[in-house]
Design a protein around this ligand. Structure first.
Ligand SMILES: *Cc1c(COP(=O)(O)O)cnc(C)c1O
Length: 368
């Protein structure tokens, strides 16, 4: 029996009746586009995050794109972000013909290194996008200080960090706009694509609300060119069920992370550093080792699935080669790409499964 890196079926089995009922209710009402299910979820998520507004969208990528649009980012602008993320973070900047300006990461947290941001700010800089990678918030206070000093908005890419906290504040509520993804593998995952922005600024919420419906707030009357990017109503119904369980699930992940920490620390891998000011939600449990590829192969041989997030930094992606970055530009990120390995972690991972993962890793380091 393979131990998968994530088991969505095991989770569905625990909430099947409620999920099936929620889906049926939407179909019975034939209320398929937006409607009260989406509005209710938006209100609950705004309250959960401690912000005034939330707007449901088609994906996390669209949440990032719409945020940049709402902030007026346009051709020739520069946006500071991390090269150690999913492509979407930089892609949305380039879609607007703006330029992603990368800043290397902190080797302990894998998040933006705040001490390296100021030197990259120019007259063209228009925003900063910190990513809360693996479910751990970036070190936001120094980033907020730099942003305030230069009068720059912050867009949090909180796609992997729904429910995580920094100094007791939820991710998404720390910057100007927060972006979430409900991609199925995220901690709060839909059964398809989905995303959301959260913000305290009414003008941003209003803009995104219109943008997701062709730039209109009145049917067949468009004020600006937008898109079709509404959060699907069936997905909103599913997310409303799952949101009730999210804190428990995140807590179960944190417990499993603690078990990994205790038993893997002595073995030979570097276990994840958790900043004491944050609540880490362990979207991924990512260890570091120079033997990464051999360890991953050994785990595969022993029927344990692992993942590498990410094997290639954004500045070395063929799609972004036109930016002119080179190998060696961001050494901390490049080394992380060689050394990180994400182990199975999810609320339904059993104690036996986890012990097998730990034993298999221990055995790897005991080999002659
Ligand atoms: C998942 C993810 C996204 C994109 O979300 P989608 O819903 O798949 O569009 C953006 N940034 C990060 C860091 C992600 O992990």
């Amino acid at each position: 029996m393979t131990i998968p890196s994530l088991d969505l079926k095991a989770q569905y089995d625990t909430i099947k009746a409620e999920i099936d009922e929620a889906i049926r209710t939407v179909i019975d009402r034939t209320d398929f586009i937006l409607g009260k299910t989406v509005t209710a979820l938006e209100e609950r998520i705004a309250a959960y995050c401690g912000v005034k507004y939330a707007v449901g969208l088609n994906s996390g990528t669209d949440a990032l794109f719409a945020s940049l649009k709402a902030l007026g980012i346009t051709k020739g602008d520069e946006v500071i972000t991390t090269p150690f993320s999913f492509i979407a973070t930089a892609e949305v900047i380039t879609l607007l013909e703006a330029r992603p300006v990368f800043v290397d990461i902190d080797p302990k947290t894998f998040n933006l290194d705040p001490t390296k941001i100021a030197e990259r700010i120019t007259k063209k800089t228009k925003a900063i996008i910190p990513v809360h990678l693996y479910g751990q918030p970036a070190d936001m206070q120094p980033i907020l200080d730099i942003a305030a000093k230069h009068n720059l908005p912050i867009i949090e890419d909180a796609a992997q960090a729904f429910g995580a906290e920094y100094n007791q504040k939820k991710t998404g509520s720390l910057g100007t706009v927060g972006c979430f993804s409900f991609f199925p593998s995220k901690n709060l995952g839909a059964y398809g694509d989905g995303g959301m922005i959260v913000t305290n600024q009414k003008n941003i919420a209003d803009y995104v609300c219109m943008w997701r419906a062709h730039g209109s707030s009145k049917k067949y009357y468009s004020e600006f060119v937008g898109d079709n990017s509404r959060l699907d109503t069936i997905q909103a119904a599913i997310l409303s069920v799952k949101l009730k369980y999210l804190d428990r699930w995140n807590e179960a992940r944190a417990q499993k992370a603690k078990t990994y920490d205790q038993l893997l620390n002595r073995v030979g891998v570097v276990t994840p550093y958790a900043d004491p000011r944050v609540k880490h939600i362990y979207h991924q449990y990512t260890v570091k080792t120079p033997d990464r590829d051999k360890l991953a192969a050994w785990l595969t041989t022993n029927d344990i699935e692992t993942k590498v997030y990410y094997p290639l930094p954004l500045h070395q992606q063929p799609a972004l080669s036109y930016l002119g970055y080179q190998a060696g530009d961001f050494p901390v990120t490049e080394q992380a790409c060689q050394e990180v390995l994400s182990l199975p972690i999810y609320p339904e991972l059993t104690a036996d499964q986890q012990q097998k993962v730990i034993k298999t890793i221990t055995d790897f380091y005991r080999q002659p």
